[in-house]
Every structure is written in structure tokens, then in C-alpha cells.
Design a protein around this ligand. Sequence first.
Ligand SMILES: [Fe+2]
Length: 360
Amino acid sequence: MTTTSAIPASITPDPEEIIEKRHSLVPVLDSLPGDSVPYALAAGEGNQLQLGPYHVTVMSRPEDNGGVFSLARVSSGTVPATPFFSVPGPTFVHVMEGRLTLWFMDGRREVIAGGSATIPADTPWSFASEGLINSALVHSSSDAFLRAARRLGSSSSSHTFRVSDGITGIAHEELEACGFTFYKRDYLAELGPRFARLPQEMRAFSLEDGEGDRLEQFEQINSFVCRPRHTDNQFLAVQTRGAKAPYIPRHFHRLHTENFICLDGHVTLNVNERELVLSRGDYVHAPAGTIHSFAFTGHNTQMLGVLTTGVFEKFFDYMNTPTDARVQLENGGEPEFPAEAFVKVQAELDVEVVGPPPEG
Ligand SMILES: [Fe+2]
């Protein structure tokens, strides 16, 4: 068990009785629960809002996750660059469709589907939606994006963006009241630096699909696309790509919440004994205490895991081996379970195994 010193001051562990209660809660399906409980949303479920040219599917609000983060899928047509802005919490963007241009202080980045970007708190950036159809998952420790969408947008019955003339026309003062800060900066034309591995320091960076701190275990690549050191220990994100794989042992965590988003193929999740099959864009929120397990039930399945806070980082380093590969090697044969590493994981990290893998 880790000590609580790694947890940001703003995040206090849930009391034991809440952890225990969450062992048996039936996951809420296809609606935002308004409470910190396990829930699942099929792609497109959640709250739909339109803010200027951006369509926002709210997938998690602070009131759904103990006040820790906000998560939304934002889609739009082609939209010119925003002014430079920052929000008071680290933000992670995973591009699902189309192409974004991002501007950081050291240059421009082009990010196409499968790529991602991490922007620390209070760091100026700007983005333009360049494709004809674009969408991105936006996870942030700040609720500024959600506040803007809820206060300044309008609720929508549509599950995609509507045609718009472009820029929002929303006054900066109104966005500032939601937590945004605006800057006057130059939109540099030259490309900023790229990283073969994740940068050491906390800075804004982007990754192409296949970049990141790549680690492998049997027929699976687990790639850190941001580590806790990039988010002030608020969260980490791992993009996993793998062959079909059976359920892992049933377990729960006391100190961190796990968010699973299927990016391709099929992920079968067992959440407090309920089986959920996830396809592209489907989401499961498993707060501390939720007993869970997952299996990859489609070929070439891809999953994005966003863990809040960063306390479970070492799990991936202990259980995997660094690799230069971009995709999993499928040689068949029997997987070799890293038993020694798993003993270390259980001794040191925030995990409690409660039973063997679920049946099925
Ligand atoms: Fe877990």
C-alpha cells in the first residue's frame, strides 16, 4: 500500500465505509449518476451541449467522480484557431477523428486521430480543428471547459455538431468567469520539438499514435501517453493495444479511480460482477472500491486508461518491459505471467486482489 503523500492536497482518500459500499454497487448505465459511483456510458451517451461550433458530450462531471476531473468528447467541423488560453488544471486531449493543430509557446503541432496532447495547468495553448469532421476526448483536472459548455452553451438533442459559421462569438469575460485566462501570443509556424520518449519535465507536448513511453507484456503494448509528472500528479494516461486476452484477476483500488475508454475492438469489463462489452467510444468509470476486471475480446483492441491520481504509475513499469515496438507482437504461445513483479505490485501499490478472473 502506498502512503497518501503522493496524493495532491486537493484529493483526499475516500473513507473505508464508502470503499466497501462501492464493492457491490450495480453500475449506472447510460446516464450521468450525479454521485461518485461506478457507471458506464455507451458512445454518445451523457449530456449533449452545443457551444458555438463545438458539440460537447459530457462524459464525467466533478459531481460524478468526487470532484476530481471532467471528461467530455468534443466534436466540430473545421474551426479556425482559438485565442491562446489556459485553464487552472492539467488537460489531456486524445484525438478520435480528424486533425487538430495545436499551438504551444514553442511552436505548432499537428495531431491526427490516435494522437494526443498534454497541457499542464496554467499553460497557454491554442487549437484549430482542421479536418472536415473532428472529435477529441478532453480530460481535465479543471472544470473550466465543462463550466463554459454548461453556462454558455445550450443543451442539444443531437449527437453531433451542427453546421456553424465558425468562431463562437462568446465574450472573453464570460469565459474568464468559467476559469479561462487569455493571452496575446504569436502563432508560430514552425513545428515544436518531438519526443522519442515522454519529456522529463512538466511541459506541453503532443504525441503521434505509436509514440509515448512504450512498454510490452505478452501480446500487448502499454504506452504511457502522459505520466503523473506532466500533470502535477493529478492523473496519468495509458494507451493500450493488444491481442485478444482473457480477464485479469478481480481487484479494486483504494486511492485511485480508473477510467476505461474503448478506442477500437472490444473490451469486456466486469464491474462489481456485471459484464459490460465496450466498443469504440464506450466509457466506464470505476471509482476507488469498485471491484473490476477486463478482457480484450476483439483482435487489435485499443483502450485508453486515465487513472486519477497518479499513484498507480509503477504498476505498468513493474509489469511490463520497455520496448521500441509500436504494435504488439503476436507469436502465439503461452503468456508468461510476471509473477515476481506481481508480488511486488501487491506489496507496494494501491491494489487489492479479491479473486480469480471472472468466468467467461
Ligand atoms: Fe484496476
